[in-house]
Write a protein that binds this ligand. Structure first.
Ligand code: ACO
Length: 322
């Protein structure tokens, strides 16, 4: 039996840092409000002309190097993004070209902040069914491009970045289970309500912006993520104490702390990057993973629970042995 195992991780953040103090000069907000309500202190913002594919390329090259592989070893590319470079080709195809890889399947997944969890779940199925050997799975976002920088309700929350993993085939268990869900009835609570076939004029005018009913999203996120933790543990016949590390989507420190409490985990066992990354949507989980792998906190053989929640609503989890 084949299993999918993480061989290497990579991450990339754009150079420009936007602090809460910078935001105080742009909208009616305060460092104190942002810190206490969200946990965010600063976030990275892509430079003019820097695209989701640019960020993805850096993260992907780092993940391939960490896996001790060459780009030519990659035989599947999945990119999770809500902010693709173009309508088409997919960002995965653009990335494939950058990496000089030819012929393997490459496609994008759009599940907003749960995108990376979705992409990992799909890649795992390819590996387990012997449809590929080394999958490059990337989450990359330039969410700053769809943020209204005059709207204090949303502009303080988001940042740009990319994270990647290479998933390879192994006889030893890596990914134990993935759990993917969605319920489209909540489309109005968290949305950019325009696109190509609807409201395209606003896109052309640069007025395609994130709209969020924050309180309702917050409540749904806490309840739904609590349920998915239970579902994941039950599916694997595990106790809360069997989890070594929680790697949550980084939207709000209060949601992350609520999940740690639910799992009875001390915050030392939770990877938190929201303070310096903000909410990077599909990039947040692989970026957090990469940080904790590179600084030596996460070690081979440890059991990780990743969980995400985002627009759609979409939500999901991955349980794996690193
Ligand atoms: N600075 C100062 N005050 C502000 C700001 C700001 N940046 N933003 C809002 N306020 C004010 C509001 O106007 C309100 O004022 P009022 O009481 O006079 O009306 C007050 O602060 C409280 O606002 P709330 O919205 O109730 O604040 P809340 O504690 O809910 O925090 C937040 C807002 C941070 C957005 C929170 O609701 C949240 O994190 N929601 C979930 C976000 C999330 O999980 N997203 C998931 C995925 S994201 C994706 O998929 C793209």
């Amino acid at each position: 039996m084949s299993f999918a195992r993480i061989l290497g991780t990579g991450g990339y953040l754009p150079e420009k840092v936007l602090t809460n103090a910078d935001l105080e000069k742009m909208v009616d907000t305060s460092d104190e409000w942002i810190r206490t309500r969200t946990g965010i202190e600063e976030r990275h913002i892509a430079a003019d002309g820097e695209t989701a594919c640019d960020l993805a390329e850096h993260a992907a090259r780092r993940a391939i190097e960490a896996a001790n592989l060459q780009t030519s070893d990659i035989d599947l590319i999945i990119v999770a993004t809500t902010t693709p470079d173009r309508v088409f080709p997919s960002t995965a195809c653009l990335l494939q070209k950058r990496l000089d890889i030819h012929g393997c399947a490459a496609f994008d997944v759009q599940a907003v902040c749960t995108g990376f969890v979705y992409a990992l779940g799909i890649a795992e199925k390819f590996i387990k069914t012997d449809s590929c050997r080394n999958a490059l799975v990337v989450g990359t976002e330039t969410l700053s491009r769809v943020v209204d920088w005059t709207d204090r309700d949303t502009c303080v929350l988001f940042g740009d970045g990319a994270g990647a993993v290479v998933l390879g085939v192994d006889e030893k268990v890596g990914i134990r289970s993935t759990h993917l869900h969605a319920d489209g009835q909540y489309d109005d609570l968290l949305t950019v309500p325009v696109g190509i076939s609807q409201g395209f004029d606003l896109v052309k005018e640069g007025k395609a912006f994130v709209q969020m009913r924050g309180n309702e999203v917050f409540r749904m996120a806490v309840n739904t993520l609590g349920r998915i933790c239970d579902e994941t543990l039950a599916a694997n016949n595990l106790e809360k104490t069997d989890i070594d590390w929680l790697i949550p989507h980084q939207a709000n420190i209060r949601i992350i702390s609520a999940m740690a409490r639910k799992l009875g985990m001390s915050m030392e066992r939770v990877v938190v990057t929201v303070q310096t990354h903000g909410n990077t949507s599909a990039a947040s989980i692989p970026l957090a993973l990469d940080c904790a792998v590179r600084d030596g906190r996460i070690k081979r053989g440890e059991t990780l629970l990743m969980e995400g929640f985002g627009g759609g609503f979409t939500w999901g989890s991955v349980l794996l042995d690193y």
